[in-house]
Design a protein around this ligand. Structure first.
Ligand code: ADP
Ligand code: MG
Length: 288
């Protein structure tokens, strides 16, 4: 039978907005020594502000933003939301066809009968485009129209106010390795990692690469240790199910992520992870 104090632990967690799907996960949480985070929307706000627009020859800022926002109309990615917000006007869905989201790359759609691609350097390379545009203000979204480079838009993602403290607290409470995995560029990822004091960072990953990284860490950890993955949900379902404990952050994340997760955090505050670990340890001390 399940010791009564487990229910106390699960109850205490839930009153703090931490939903633990079973007592076994409380036990796994208490054994966690490896903690792996997604970046965008998890450690950072994932609400990007458009910084600057750099149109290429034959384009202007307004047209470039128009194509980007229209191409992004079917996406729920934070990048898409910021581009639509910066565009500011209502999107006329009649003008958009064949919307395609390419995980870890970006989006593609027909806008006004033109093939528009918006995404990272990997997406441009797929199209045989080699943009020489390099900017320092954050994440870069490159745009191509009918296979011709149309320019880029730089947007910045802000670190959540509690992230740095949460990482420090996790380390203080015995975490052996803190890791950040992201599809974003090395430049942006390294900057965030340094600022928040995370041990290991891997960037420019596709969703499948994240699973591979988690598998490597699972092989490295000790028998009695557990690995937790924390993500905001977008494209994270495969890693959430692969980790010993999958933690989905922000109950507004995708349904697939909430389904795949073992622990669901109602809000998107990284401090809740440290708190969940604390509650689990205390519960297990009472059980033993
Ligand atoms: P993360 O690991 O940071 O959460 P994702 O796997 O969701 O990132 O995306 C990885 C990268 O792919 C992003 O940093 C971005 O460059 C590109 N990308 C993904 N979705 C989109 C989109 N809708 N629009 C533009 N770029 C995108
Ligand atoms: Mg993400």
């Amino acid at each position: 039978s399940i010791p009564l104090s487990f229910f106390g632990g699960i109850g205490c967690a839930s009153s703090n907005g931490i939903l633990v799907k079973g007592s076994n996960y409380l036990e796994e949480l208490s054994k966690t020594k490896y903690i792996v985070f997604d970046k965008t929307g998890t450690l950072t706000k994932g609400v990007f502000e458009v910084n600057k627009i750099y149109p290429a020859k034959d384009f202007d800022e307004k047209t470039l933003l128009y194509f980007a926002a229209y191409a992004e109309s079917g996406s729920s990615h934070p990048i898409s939301q910021s581009l639509k917000k910066a565009y500011g006007e209502k999107i006329d869905l009649e003008k958009v066809n064949n919307i395609e989201e390419i995980a870890g790359h970006g989006v593609q759609a027909d806008v006004d009968g033109k093939k528009v691609s918006a995404g990272n350097i990997k997406l441009m390379k797929k199209l045989g485009i080699n943009p020489s545009d390099e900017h320092d203000e954050g994440t870069i979204v490159y745009v191509a129209v009918d296979g011709v480079y149309a320019g880029c838009i730089t947007i910045s993602d802000i670190i959540k106010p509690t992230t740095k403290m949460a990482i420090a607290e996790l380390k203080k409470n015995g975490m052996k390795k803190t890791v950040m995995l992201t599809g974003d560029s090395k430049k942006v990822a390294d900057k965030v990692a340094t600022e928040i004091g995370i041990d290991m960072v891997r960037s420019e990953l596709l969703p499948g690469d994240k699973v591979e990284q988690v598998e490597k860490l699972l092989a490295e950890k000790g028998d009695k240790e557990a690995l937790a993955f924390v993500g905001d949900g977008i494209n994270d379902a495969p890693v959430l199910s692969r980790a010993d404990i999958g933690v989905a952050m922000g109950a507004l994340g995708s349904d697939a992520a909430i389904e795949a997760a073992d622990v669901v955090l109602m809000d998107d505050d990284p401090a809740k992870i440290a708190l969940a670990m604390k509650i689990s340890k205390r519960t297990l001390e009472i059980v033993r």
